[in-house]
Write a protein that binds this ligand. Structure first.
Ligand SMILES: C[S@@+](CC[C@H](N)C(=O)[O-])C[C@H]1O[C@@H](n2cnc3c(N)ncnc32)[C@H](O)[C@@H]1O
Length: 263
């Protein structure tokens, strides 16, 4: 093998390994350290530094990186939500986005909601820096959007005043006991007929993908694996009752969008 191929392979391996180490340090590694340090756990203890440290937020939030993390399915997932919003009657109603997310999902969701005639779009997140960062992406909609520091599992909003709620890859990061709580809160805030759009990971159909995905969760995001079985969001919603749900899966079942309509 010629030396430039070997050098190329070594460089690619080094890049992949450093990327893996970086993401481990700013996600699970930091949480493990946090767990070892003295001091009380708070409602923010499960949040990774990549969502709280402004330098890290700005470093990581690049569309190609975020699309790659979601195996280039990001656009399809966001499109499904945006199409759902566009087909709903949002005139003079409120739309909620429960927690910020990287990439262009926020501008696209806000744009769809505003075009649909929504009175206000509320973006709620536990972390102030995430809201500041989200604001920087939504300059054009400043009069229409409220940025609220709030906890998805105990929201301050009143009952039934939301027509649509978008929850983009939040559940897999929540401790298990809070996953169903966040869904209950979503149900409480939705008006009858309102829709919850839930984007999440799902148990892949192909065993190769399942093995890779399992390894990813075990290393980086152990709270996510429960979505495959014990905390399947569709099962949780159906157990809760009062919802009509439809699930679409993507990329050999690796991702899902659940559209849940409150009865
Ligand atoms: C939606 S999740 C991850 C999204 C996905 N990995 C991405 O960025 O594409 C990350 C966001 O959830 C927020 N978050 C975590 N726990 C929360 C809670 N209980 N209530 C509201 N926001 C929360 C974090 O602050 C962060 O902004």
């Amino acid at each position: 093998m010629s030396s430039w191929i070997v050098n190329g392979l070594v460089a690619a391996l080094f890049l992949a390994a450093s990327t893996g180490v970086f993401f481990f340090v700013v996600t699970r590694g930091a949480l493990l350290l946090r767990g070892l340090s003295p001091g009380q756990a708070s409602e923010k203890s499960h949040v990774y530094p990549i969502y709280s440290n402004m330098r890290l937020i700005k470093l990581v939030d690049f569309q190609p990186v975020i699309s790659a993390i979601l195996l280039f399915q990001y656009n399809r997932l966001v499109l499904k939500i945006v199409q759902g919003l566009s087909q709903s009657d949002l005139k003079d109603k409120n739309v909620l986005v429960t927690s910020c997310a990287f990439g262009n999902v926020l501008p696209r969701v806000v744009d769809a909601a505003v075009r649909g005639g929504a009175a206000r779009v509320v973006i709620a997140d536990l972390i102030h820096n995430e809201l500041v960062h989200a604001q920087s992406k939504l300059g054009g909609y400043s009069g229409k959007v409220d940025f609220i520091e709030d906890d998805a599992t105990a929201m301050k909003r009143p009952e039934s005043d939301i027509a649509a709620n978008v929850m983009f890859f939040l559940l897999h990061e929540l401790p298990h006991n809070l996953k169903a709580q966040a869904l209950r809160e979503a149900g409480r805030m939705l008006a009858p007929g309102g829709k919850l759009y839930l984007a999440e990971f799902h148990r892949p159909e192909l065993w190769v993908l399942r093995a890779l995905s399992w390894t990813y969760f075990k290393v980086f995001e152990p709270l996510g694996l429960a979505l495959w079985d014990t905390h399947d969001p569709l099962d949780c919603l159906e157990e809760m009752g009062g919802w009509t749900c439809e699930r679409t899966t993507y990329f050999f079942g690796n991702f899902q969008i659940i559209t849940a309509t409150k009865q």
